[in-house]
Design a protein around this ligand. Structure first.
Ligand code: FES
Length: 153
């Protein structure tokens, strides 16, 4: 008897779940079934055969003003829009060559600024103000659809 009651209850439960399914299916159907549910930033992405790695979405870049990826294949990464040419991206290793602090992107002055000793770097990575004497390492970056891609190496 107990089994019957459980079976009945579970059948009712399934019915309740099933009644909410059409909505869930509708919500999922706009996504391609081949796309992973994991976001690109959740798992360190491997480089593609062409050398580019997905590091985030264009939407995320526009919203935050930058993309940071500490798990990038070639070390820490900071990607911003090129203020001189918004369709282009700038990608640098934000590790300050002076003493290893992480530089920040300053949208107002369009420079990378180190919070430790105030070194400043231009969008091409070159030093505009010391004490750093070496440039930031740069990477090639581009968009492809909604993806932000950076070439490692
Ligand atoms: S570590 Fe960046 S200026 Fe010193």
């Amino acid at each position: 008897m107990g089994m019957d009651r459980r079976a009945f209850l579970s059948w009712v439960g399934v019915g309740a779940i099933a009644s909410s399914l059409p909505l869930a299916i509708a919500a999922c159907s706009s996504d391609s079934p081949t796309e992973s549910v994991a976001s690109p930033s959740a798992v360190p992405a491997a480089a593609r055969p062409d050398g580019f790695t997905e590091v985030g979405s264009v939407a995320a870049l526009q919203q935050a003003g930058f993309i940071q990826d500490k798990a990038f294949v070639s070390g820490p990464l900071l990607v911003v829009n090129d203020p001189a040419n918004p369709s282009q991206l700038i990608a640098v290793n934000p590790t300050c060559p002076h003493d290893g602090c992480a530089v920040d992107w300053n949208r107002t002055s369009t420079e990378f600024i180190c919070p430790c000793h105030n070194s400043r770097f231009k969008t091409d990575g070159s030093v505009s103000q010391g004490p750093a004497s070496k440039p930031l390492a740069t990477f090639i970056a581009k968009t492809e659809g909604d993806l932000v891609l950076v070439k490692g190496g």
